[in-house]
Design a protein around this ligand. Structure first.
Ligand code: NAG
Ligand code: NAG
Ligand code: NAG
Ligand code: NAG
Ligand code: NAG
Ligand code: NAG
Ligand code: ZN
Length: 932
């Protein structure tokens, strides 16, 4: 059985009723033979006909077969079930849409341990949407004709829309796939093509006379592509794409696996970067895991309409165009970084997720956490100057520290009792906390031990499923070979405190300056500090630095045990003199915050303000993040946080500077609609003015040094802030740059605005401009052939202050066949919600049109949740929150699949409101004093 410990404990009470959403488990599929023919033609409503033969084994004797199907017309009369000696009779079959369960009843029992062949014919019409087998389209530049393609997105629960199947990750089987399609199209699937024939492969059930009634073309125009039998895999990894795309091959010497990158013919020249990065990263992972990639080929396809960023289907990875395609003259450096990161992430999944799969979605973090972590290593390997290993780790930790400080956060290993809510778990906790905890393990175990244990885990569970305890066992075993962890603690003991509990600890350190010692306590850090403390506690890895050994990164790791520092203080000795600072978590090993006594904070402030480089970079990040968070929850005086931030005037590293700015953005978020915003802007202008000019600013002449990610990011971030904070000249420069673009002869080919500054420049110009600028941007968007460029323009359109235009734009976002593709709808609505005037427009829109928004997202809870979050995290008054809560009473049915996000959003709003009541006046006073 596939339950993590936590899950069975929580569900013990209502075990019987709570598992009705699962398949009964008495039948196991071993092989699927899937044959489907699609008419990829809007005039015939995209009809399809299919037949699936499933080889099954009865684990227990049963007279019922239960599997999944959704949006399929199943020809009940055609269902057959054949045993080794005879055929059974189907007495009834019915579909229940609650959990998409299709039940077939038989005239007698299937015998235990016997194999049968189950045949189910099905047909239907593809519907609009971004999951299951779905339709995407684009307009060819040359012919101006709208071309269609079909693609699949089966994760998490949509394989059942493709063909009847046992659609849970535990039911691994092999697949033989045959796709029939018009001969102008090309089909690709997980495995290589074996044969392409003109013979109708469905003829054992469907006759062509029947099919041809709804098809637009004659039989002779169809081809049948059959693909090699796959390795055993979960249903959610099955994939195919049928399109008129072109492809490029990767340079052959980079990998023994044959790579092809597919895209619209108009965009195929943007595939070169992916063609180079893909095989390099794959080869690197094969070495790192010491497990070779088991498939002969890897196709990667850029789909014009795509729900997520990308999908790791085994051997056929599908991407949104922005995540795979890169154009030197149109994409920014950040776009390039994203392409590398997403490719590495998806390739890491080929091991974590595809080869070894979680038993149930509760352990999704095993997939996503590993892919996220390995992506940072993969990118660091192919683009070493980017420091991806360090930079992504910081991004991940900081975002975990924010979300996981809410009571309404959730544990990494999370119970899921309704498959419709799986979508919501694809969140920062699974991806980023998962990744952060894995990085933490590499640091306390050592990379060598970690790699060895992973190798064992991957080999032992190949083509099977695993849960987190299986991983802990392998890690403990290897660690013990090497002498074990300090204090003889097991990996499971440590990790359970991090993966089964929500949140993370705040350590409070107080020094005894005469004894060279300090004491530590731990308790959960919560954004609403007034709430009663919880009883959670953690095994916390500690590495303590002091001023005199700041450059030595080899201090051993010590542990604060889960029972230590909870009710009493825990005492440590250390070697720091009274006039030296001490510092915890200097390399951000784990997600926790640290508070110090006032004396130590003052020593740290003095060090930063005299020579900030004497404190390591990641330590500066941690200090800034902690100081502002603790001040936010009134556990530290704002004077300390703001004095610490004062050193940022001289900070030239992107990581600490952006951390400080993000912390300030939290304050900005709650006072930007108050009379105090001016004081805030003045303070920030003083802080970043000089760095902005030094980094290059928005000056037309200064060209960004394209190889140095730190400078690019510094210039991009400081420019955006400088314009928002009204640094003199910033907006004027932006408007001037934009004007020169509008006056260019062929603006679609010639854009004088530096690539990495385009988002800022566009947004300033549209926001300060009129309908003229807006229309210009819209026209450029319509002609954009590079998705990343189109994205920047799409975003710029949300920056206008014209209420009627914003209303129109929001309308487009939820309407088919408009300027906004369904895949971009949520991003557009969120972006409008975040803009100055747009906030008010979006609020009304969400309240009045929730039903249409809900329908537009087609039960993707995650998208709707993101929109509600964007709205509520900007609430600053109880009146706004009350209004929402009242509205929710009558609209809760639309928010069902976004419960988690809605609760988090409400908590965020509550936190903001409490902060303003308590801190607004005093903080604004300090900002005024400090910017005198
Ligand atoms: C469908 O399944 C649900 C959940 O198991 C159940 O409550 C409902 O009664 C079923 N509906 C029908 C028509 O059987
Ligand atoms: C069924 O197969 C399993 C594994 O192959 C075996 O252990 C078990 O004894 C078999 N049971 C019966 C009733 O044949
Ligand atoms: C097209 O398919 C949809 C969805 O199955 C259906 O509702 C509609 O009636 C069909 N239209 C035509 C013209 O067949
Ligand atoms: C790779 O794995 C093989 C088989 O498990 C093992 O014999 C070999 O030592 C491993 N290589 C490295 C470098 O760890
Ligand atoms: C370490 O822990 C293991 C398992 O709990 C135990 O068998 C062993 O004796 C311990 N070793 C030491 C040195 O305490
Ligand atoms: C909720 O719906 C009821 C019935 O339609 C209506 O009477 C009531 O005014 C609504 N409440 C709000 C807050 O809209
Ligand atoms: Zn992933």
């Amino acid at each position: 059985m596939g339950w993590s410990v936590l899950l069975s404990v929580l569900y013990a009470v209502q075990l019987v009723t709570s598992q009705e959403y699962l398949l009964p488990g008495d039948i196991r599929p071993t092989h699927y033979d899937v044959k489907v023919v699609y008419d990829i033609d809007p005039t015939t409503n995209f009809s399809f006909y299919g037949l699936v033969d499933i080889a099954i084994t009865a684990v227990k004797s049963t007279s019922k077969i239960v599997l999944h199907a959704q949006d399929l017309v199943i020809s009940n009369g055609g269902i057959r079930i054949i045993g080794q000696t005879d055929e059974l009779r189907v007495t009834a079959s019915k579909l229940n849409d609650t959990y998409n369960l299709f039940t077939i009843e038989l005239d007698r029992e299937l015998r235990r341990n016997q194999s049968y062949l189950l045949t189910i014919p099905f047909s239907g019409n593809l519907k609009p949407g971004l999951n299951g087998v779905y339709i995407s389209s684009y307009v060819s530049k040359e012919t101006k004709i709208k071309e269609y393609l079909i693609a699949t997105q089966f994760e998490a629960i949509y394989a059942r829309k493709g063909f009847p199947c046992f659609d849970e990750p535990m039911y691994k089987a092999t697949y033989t796939i045959t796709i029939g399609h018009h001969r102008d199209f090309t089909a690709v699937s997980n495995m290589p093509l074996v044969t392409s024939s003109n013979e109708n492969e469905l003829e054992s059930y469907w006759r062509w006379e029947q099919i041809s009634k709804t098809f637009s073309k004659s039989k002779s125009l169809f081809v049948w592509d059959s693909f090699e039998k796959s390795v055993p895999m979960s249903t959610y990894l099955v994939a195919f794409v049928v399109s008129k795309f072109s492809y490029v091959d990767s340079p052959p010497m980079l990998s023994t696996t044959k790579f092809r990158i597919w895209a619209r013919s108009d965009a195929i020249n943007q595939a070169a970067y992916a063609a180079e990065v893909g095989p390099k990263v794959l080869t690197y992972f094969e070495k790192w895991f010491n497990v070779s990639f088991p498939l002969p080929k890897q196709d990667m396809v850029a789909i014009p309409d795509f729900s997520a960023g990308a999908m790791e289907n085994w051997g056929l990875i599908t991407y949104r165009e922005t995540a795979l395609l890169y154009d030197k003259t149109q994409s920014s450096f950040l776009n390039k970084e994203r392409v590398a990161e997403v490719i590495a992430h998806e390739l890491a999944h080929q091991w974590f997720g595809n080869l070894v799969t979680m038993k149930w979605w509760s352990d999704l973090w095993l997939n996503e956490g590993f892919a996220t972590f390995m992506a940072s290593l993969g990118v660091a390997e192919v683009e070493p100057t980017w420091r991806a290993d360090r930079n992504y780790a910081v991004d991940n930790i900081l975002s975990v520290l924010t979300l996981d400080s809410l009571e309404s956060s959730h544990p990494v290993s999370v119970p899921i009792d309704d498959p419709k809510r799986i979508s919501e778990v694809f969140d920062e906790i699974s991806y980023r906390k998962g990744s952060t905890l894995i990085r933490m393990m590499t640091m306390f175990l050592g990379e060598e031990i970690f790699k060895k244990a992973l190798h064992n885990y991957l080999v032992k569970y190949s083509y099977q499923n695993a849960e987190q305890d299986d991983l802990w066992r392998e890690l403990t075993a290897v660690s013990q070979e090497y002498g074990g962890l300090a204090r003889n603690v097991s990996v499971k003991e440590v990790m359970d405190t991090w993966t089964t509990q929500t949140g993370y600890p705040l350590l409070t350190v107080s020094r005894d300056y005469s004894q060279n010692s300090l004491t530590v306590t731990q308790k959960r850090y919560l954004a609403l500090n007034s709430r009663s403390p919880t009883t959670s506690s953690w095994w916390v890895p500690l590495r303590v630095l002091c001023a005199s050994d700041a450059q030595d990164s080899n201090e051993p790791i010590e542990w604060l045990a889960a029972n230590e520092g909870v009710t009493t203080e825990h005492r440590f000795e250390h070697g720091a003199d009274p006039d030296e600072w001490v510092l915890f978590n200097a390399d951000m090993i784990a997600p926790y915050r640290v508070n110090y006594d006032k004396g130590n904070w003052e020593l740290l402030i003095a060090a930063l303000n005299s020579k900030h480089t004497s404190v390591p970079v990641l330590a500066r990040v941690q200090l800034l993040s902690d100081a502002f968070a603790l001040a936010w929850t009134n556990q530290l005086d704002y004077n300390i946080a703001l004095q610490l931030a004062n050193y940022l005037k001289r900070e030239s590293e992107y990581l600490p500077l952006s951390t400080g700015l993000k912390a300030l953005a939290k304050i900005e978020n709650v006072i930007k609609r108050t009379p105090d915003y001016g004081a805030f802007q003045k303070f920030v202008r003083k802080l970043i003015g000089e760095t902005y000019f030094k980094a290059g600013g928005l000056a037309t002449k200064k060209i960004i040094n394209g190889d140095d990610l730190n400078s690019v990011k510094l210039q991009t971030a400081t420019s955006a802030w400088a314009c928002r904070m009204k640094v003199p000249g910033c907006e004027e420069n932006a408007i001037e740059l934009f004007r020169s673009w509008m006056e260019t002869d062929n603006p679609d080919e010639n854009n004088p605005i530096p690539l990495d500054l385009r988002r800022t420049v566009y947004c300033v110009a549209v926001s300060r401009g009129s309908v003229l600028q807006w229309r210009f941007v819209l026209a450029r968007k319509q002609r954009a052939n590079v998705a990343a460029a189109r994205d920047a323009l799409l975003h710029a359109l949300t920056c206008t202050r014209e209420v009627w235009i914003l209303t129109q734009y929001l309308e487009w976002a939820i309407t088919d066949e408009t300027e906004v593709r369904r895949q971009d709808a949520a991003a557009v609505i969120v972006s409008v919600t975040h803009s100055t005037v747009g906030y008010y427009v979006a609020r009304e829109f969400i309240y009045n049109r929730i039903q249409d928004i809900y329908n537009a997202f087609n039960s993707e809870g995650r998208r709707l949740g993101g929109i509600i979050k964007a709205l509520l995290e900007q609430f600053t008054t109880q009146r706004e929150l009350d209004e929402f809560l009242k509205w929710r009473e009558n609209n809760s049915k639309y928010l069902e699949d976004a419960k988690l996000s809605v609760n988090q959003a409400i908590e965020k709003a509550t936190v903001n409101i409490a902060w303003l009541n308590k801190n607004r006046r005093s903080v604004v006073e300090r900002l005024r004093e400090l910017s005198k």
